[in-house]
Design a protein around this ligand. Sequence first.
Ligand SMILES: [Zn+2]
Length: 444
Amino acid sequence: MSPKRPSPRRRTEAGTPGGLAVERDLRARGTGCVTRNRPPLLGLAGLAGALFLAGCHSPSTAIPPEPPPTAAVMLPPVAANLAPSLPASNPPLSSRLPPGANAEFPSARPAPSPRPPTAAASPRVVATVPVPGQRISNVDYVDAAAFFARYGLRTTAAAGDLRFTLAGGGNRLELVANDRDMAINGLRVFLGEPALVRGRAILVSRTDAERLLGPILAPSGIASPAPPVPRIIVLDPGHGGQDSGAVNTNLGVFEKTFALDVALLLKPLLEAKGWQIVLTRADDRFIPLPQRPVMANSAHADLFISIHFNTVPGDTRTTGTEIYTFPPQFERSTRSWSSGEKDDSDAQPDPSNRFDAWNVVFANALHRALLAKLGTFDRGQKIAHWAVLKGLNCPGVLIESAFLSNDAEARKVATPAFRQQIAESIANGVEAYAAQLAGLSKSK
Ligand SMILES: [Zn+2]
């Protein structure tokens, strides 16, 4: 089948009030966390500037990780042409979906849940026969009510059957018809495909059900093998050297400086918990993007965290925190749904796709921890084909901690205290994720 889908109607994503923005392509430009203005959408009169989102955390009682050696390692730069140390073949993915287009999008936007990002229960999945799917525009969709009944969730509809709540056992999904912007336990998450209504049922893509929502609700139900409880964590401070990343010229501050500082603050926090920390850079040097996951793989990383700050050139109002994972096979980057963007889905699986489900569990733990401590606007958990997440042999995320293009937020970032808070948030998220994994391995 063709990897390209018929051109669907493009969507915007709501963010903070302000102009239209979309993040610069990290793959093409060699930098991350840069957004640019887009022209206003036709047909959205009345919306005072919807935002395009794009580009750059969980509960529980922390269980200390296995006691690994505590020595920090700074990897030497790897030759740019060094081939990634990836396995010769990738394990088959259980639900390789052919690409497809999506239905019409009228409407509705889900309001971010007012609930604080607190921890929720992790239900056991009751094994049943697979939920049958239906193909809509070449995408395999499942009835969300039937699928998540196995997680103990009951579905109710409101607002003319366009808003759906699936709740039970302390967990809550909030879905809106024809939208990818949704909430899970109070955190904003972007689906890979829009939720659709057929009859009175709300449908989600099987990939979203099996590799995004299900894993966040119940890691114990993930079909792919759990990664080992992490020992080695690679921290990747974004940019460096001639690549400054986001720049706030009013304040004279650079993303590369703050990203490095957060990594250097985070390193001792994680080492104190017993993890071995490897930095892709420990000073102001340039490292090509594809080299960073290679360095992580060479270090036998169990987790990879790329640390960034965001910007929207020409837009000084946008604020907030985003967290990214690599898209599942056949899924587009969140940004690519925005007006004028191309479908960037990939029909070829990437080694990172082995960790689709675990990437989102890790991202969710970090997302929750970041918002809980920073109190920033929730711009959501998203997906993007970032070069730094491509080819990883372990779960990995890219964090866009805050916006440097907003002076108020940039001033906060410019304070050592706020950067310390970011570092502590990430440490809390790592700890929460490790506790989840440890809990799973104990229960087996
Ligand atoms: Zn960046």
